[in-house]
Design a protein around this ligand. Sequence first.
Ligand code: NAD
Length: 504
Amino acid sequence: GMRRFCSSAAVHEEPITPPVEVKYNQLLINGQFVDAASGKTFPTFDPRTGEAITTVAEADTEDVNRAVSAARNAFDEGPWPKMTAYERSCIMLRFAGLLEKHSDELAALETWDNGKPYEQAANEEIPLLIRLFRYYAGWADKIHGLTAPADTLHHVQTLHEPIGVAGQIIPWNFPLLMFAWKVGPALACGNTVVLKPAEQTPLSALYVSKLFHEVGLPPGVLNVIPGSGKAGADLASHMDVDKLAFTGSTETGKAVLGAAAKSNLKPVTLELGGKSPFIICEDADVDKAVELAHSAVFYNQGQCCCAGSRTFVHERVYDEFVEKSKARALKRVVGDPFKKGVEQGPQIDTEQFEKILKYIKSGAESGATLESGGEKLGSKGFYVQPTVFSNVQDNMLIAKDEIFGPVQSLLKFKDVEEVIRRANSSHYGLAAGVFTQNLDAANTISRAFRVGTVWVNCFNIFDAAIPFGGYKMSGHGREKGVYSLSNYLQVKAIVTPLKNPAWL
Ligand code: NAD
């Protein structure tokens, strides 16, 4: 049965003890760790076993109000927006330095709460977390307005001011990176923040926010309130939150946008789902393309909003591509994410695990060919076999819906115009990839994609300076890079007469 398909590390062995302990499990409001007003807590689970790691204070309406009022007060009365941008930059740089010292614990905590491979957290995500804070620290003192060429009678200048209190709601797939994408630009611009981490992964945001206070972040500037979607909804509809940023499902994105519209019309940035196409042209080096397409979809257990979950392969190389993709999936090392060499850990929770298995069933039932995987793995935790389907048709659910799991769909195409049309026939428009040695094809396809990020002969390349965001139902606005700053700034025009005004 189950081990036939995978040369995986033995997931049924006793899980490795994480080399880290939980230090912080309360709400962080106004620089202090406090219990929820209701005294309520909720468990956060180890995806390797499904057992609770610890319980965490659960924010409800009263706590959201307390956190927003701390952030409001820190913005209106506190030193953060008033200090020089250079001083803010220095605090953010000191934070990045302290993150570096705590890298090992942070990677372990991230793996423990999320289930992602430790090597991925330690070698890729924590360094990028640090880079993001250094990058935005660098921007802090380079944000300024312009002088505008108006009529000859007036001097016109613009000030780029912080918006105020930013509410930020983040998901569980990259807890610390999502923290950095949101908090970095907000604080660089001089805003204050109330951040709600996902209920599946509240631990690392609390840990790093404590470190931030150790390097001089004033109380109230960054408040962290673990809790359910209810706390997120309270934040989205709060009259004293001036700006909202959300990453998660398209369905919840709609709810958040509606709540903002119905309350105080706060501007909203949304990073939502995707069903990203990856086009493999006929001239591709098949071995390289197979490897890249494999990592494009299986990275982070398939739990990426930009996962290359529709692999379009030219008919001339399709059969070879299917055989090699199947072989690669069978070799994928699945197991305890703390173990060296493991490529894939468990899915985040039982809900996602069940949802993925349902999609796999629907793929087989709708007539796609199951080439590998298709089942759960091990007797505990949320492990899913790396699954490859061939003969996938555009109208099948597995080709349309975001599965958010280790499931690859291989679709066949004949010519470039056809595949562009099919790639774009999705409500999503987050990312896409093309693999070819033909410069004309690369240029034509990149420009034709209706998506926010195109990777040419690469995939999943992230950097602090590369903007990220969606077309269509994948979201509003861009995060990272210089573009993210405008999400957190107001522009004020100040008009002054050049000469004595006529009424004097
Ligand atoms: P979700 O959108 O429900 O949760 C994301 C965040 O929103 C969490 O912090 C959650 O507590 C909060 N939230 C939930 N309901 C809310 C509401 N009404 N108002 C305000 N905040 C609310 O996502 P999920 O249930 O964790 O995952 C479901 C699906 O979403 C996944 O299968 C996947 O397709 C997608 N997803 C996308 C991303 C991404 O990076 N774009 C990340 C996680 C999940």
